[in-house]
Design a protein around this ligand. Sequence first.
Ligand SMILES: C[S@@+](CC[C@H](N)C(=O)[O-])C[C@H]1O[C@@H](n2cnc3c(N)ncnc32)[C@H](O)[C@@H]1O
Length: 241
Amino acid sequence: MTPTMMVPRTEPATRPPSDGKLELLTVLRSLRPASVLDVGCGEGALLRAIAADGAVRGVGIEPEDAAADRARAAGLEVRPGRAEALPFAEDSFDVVTLEYVAHHVEHLPRALREAARVARRAVLVLDGWYDETLPSQRVMRDLDDWRKRIDRRIGMVHNPCPRPRDLIDPLLASGPLGIDYACRLELSPRSLAELEAVARRHLEAVAPSPDLAVELERILDDGRLHGCTDAGTLLLTARFP
Ligand SMILES: C[S@@+](CC[C@H](N)C(=O)[O-])C[C@H]1O[C@@H](n2cnc3c(N)ncnc32)[C@H](O)[C@@H]1O
């Protein structure tokens, strides 16, 4: 579904690649694929990185025209489409990647089944992850979920970050895959004042919502008590035998 309103971003558009993205690229390169499909490729950062490797055929799927056009302007092959119905035959690519896309798709199990159908050798999934045993992480997760509730109210598909089992169960149902995953956390503190300012702007994007306002105050109180630390990453690799 296309967003019906613009909402403030929580991060600058041009931040450097995160550790998770670098890790995904490292795992991807270690698989030495001849072809890669990047689902929800956005402006094509991952495709650009693998294009620089030479012999890899990289193709992107991207439903948002503006992002797809920017990727094409950089010489990348990007087709319109959605993760839930990939316009490719079975086994079309060595590796299929979903980089920060799993929490955007309307039907995650279907998207993962599609990725496994189209992949010959492996599916890689990278997304945000919170360590719920840590109070400062629970604050950030609550804030993330709160922000996504607003986004859903204005028409976006923006779901909580997937847990490992949200990825594993549908992938295993697709066939005899070997799965490994790593949840990675570096506890970098975030400024509550900055997060609060962004959250309050976000709240203004929807009609007055007492429930959301009350929930935000609770989260901010928790943040004052426990602090806030950045999301970690979940990187999952599913390999066909
Ligand atoms: C957070 S961005 C990540 C972009 C890119 N993968 C990256 O890591 O820089 C999420 C991307 O998923 C795309 N997207 C949203 N819904 C999708 C769907 N159902 N199927 C495929 N891509 C989707 C969005 O248009 C957006 O480009």
